[in-house]
Design a protein around this ligand. Structure first.
Ligand SMILES: [Zn+2]
Ligand SMILES: [Zn+2]
Length: 350
């Protein structure tokens, strides 16, 4: 049928953070109907997915606060609460204090080390960056409060915080951009993050500003291939908890197994509904999910929408791709307005 996509490399200079920064952009465009390219044609019939084919879904929340910072409940109370509600893992990410909490791990419940650091920007904006890592590779001490770094102005830009976390065995998750009032241009070129919060339940509960779907699209539009997460950002269990989580399909229930699956994109974000599978095969995107009312196939260009007038009746959907989409992702929504979000499947090789 088609496809020859021509590769074009260009270097753009983009403004970021007041400084000119070299950004490497890899652009492919153009469909050449006449040129047969066996490799690409073969690839169009391959299955593409980020969710592992084999594995078990584990539920977790990677952004939570306790009495170690401005939370109401102790780390132990918080961990026990999430475990009792069927969660399999949790990150306790108190503000400016690093928590490892090895005593809270159980055979069926894992606590990830983590923290949340923030910086103020001009114009009443903030960056909030959540860092979490593996107990075995993290190199930030338990209960570390970053005094030295604060005194020396080490952690004063988002780039520096991302680099700091990375050098110490942690990944960076960009927290609640809508709540932080940033512009998408403030964040969409940030490199080195594992993802951003497409949904922050605490922000939604208190300020109706927890949904950051637009920001996620803006990252993807500039081919910044991060993942989307949903979290609680809970400060008080019993009010704004259990509303934002990720489901990680992992081959191994260990800290490393969970984080490896996240790095591979084998997870989805949710504010309630559950997904089963999402993949692209023979240029068709397929989704299976628990009963919902809307299924949105989203690409940088055209998309598609399935809707059930009878309420939560849709359990599967498909969308024929025409070859000019760079990626496809799916959002499902149930009749209560709760959503779940897949990771994007990138269709072009960059
Ligand atoms: Zn925050
Ligand atoms: Zn927070």
């Amino acid at each position: 049928m088609y496809i020859m996509r021509k590769k074009q490399i260009c270097y753009n200079s983009r403004k970021y953070g007041g400084k000119e920064q070299k950004v490497h952009t890899d652009i492919r465009r153009g469909i050449d109907e006449t040129t047969k390219n066996a490799k690409i044609i073969k690839e169009s019939h391959m299955e593409k997915r980020t969710l592992y084919k084999e594995g078990t879904y584990k539920k977790g929340n990677l952004h939570t606060h306790t009495t170690w910072s401005d939370g109401v409940h102790t780390p132990q109370e918080t961990a026990e609460h999430y475990r009792s509600k069927g969660y399999d893992f949790l990150a306790l990410t108190d503000h400016w204090v690093y928590g490892i909490h090895p005593e809270l791990n159980r055979d069926d419940f894992l606590v990830f080390p983590g923290t949340e650091l923030d910086i103020e920007l001009p114009g009443r904006k903030d960056h909030h960056l959540v860092g979490f890592g593996l107990p075995e590779t993290n190199r930030i001490p338990e209960h570390y409060t970053f005094e030295e770094e604060r005194k020396n102005g080490v952690l004063t830009t988002a780039e520096r915080i991302i680099e700091y976390f990375g050098q110490r065995g942690n990944v960076t998750l960009y927290g609640h951009p809508y709540w932080s009032k940033v512009d998408s241009t403030d964040i969409k070129y940030l490199q080195g993050m594992i993802g951003m919060e497409i949904y922050n339940h605490g922000s939604e509960f208190f300020g109706n500003n927890g949904n950051s779907e637009t920001y996620f699209d803006h990252f993807l539009f500039v081919r910044n291939r991060i993942f989307c997460f949903a979290t609680d950002d809970a400060h008080d269990i019993g009010t704004h908890d259990l509303g934002g989580f990720i489901m990680v399909k992992t081959r191994e229930f260990t800290h490393r197994g969970i984080l490896d699956a996240i790095r591979d994109g084998s997870f989805y974000a949710s504010g309630g509904p559950l997904l089963h599978d999402f993949y692209v095969k023979d240029s068709v995107a397929y989704i299976t999910c628990e009963p919902c009312q809307h299924i949105y196939f989203q690409t940088p260009h055209r998309g598609d929408h399935l809707f059930s007038e009878e309420g939560d009746c849709l359990t599967e959907g498909s969308f024929a791709l025409n070859g000019d989409e760079e990626y496809v992702r799916v959002t499902i929504k149930n009749s209560r307005g709760e959503k779940a979000w897949t990771q994007p499947i990138w269709l072009w090789l960059f």
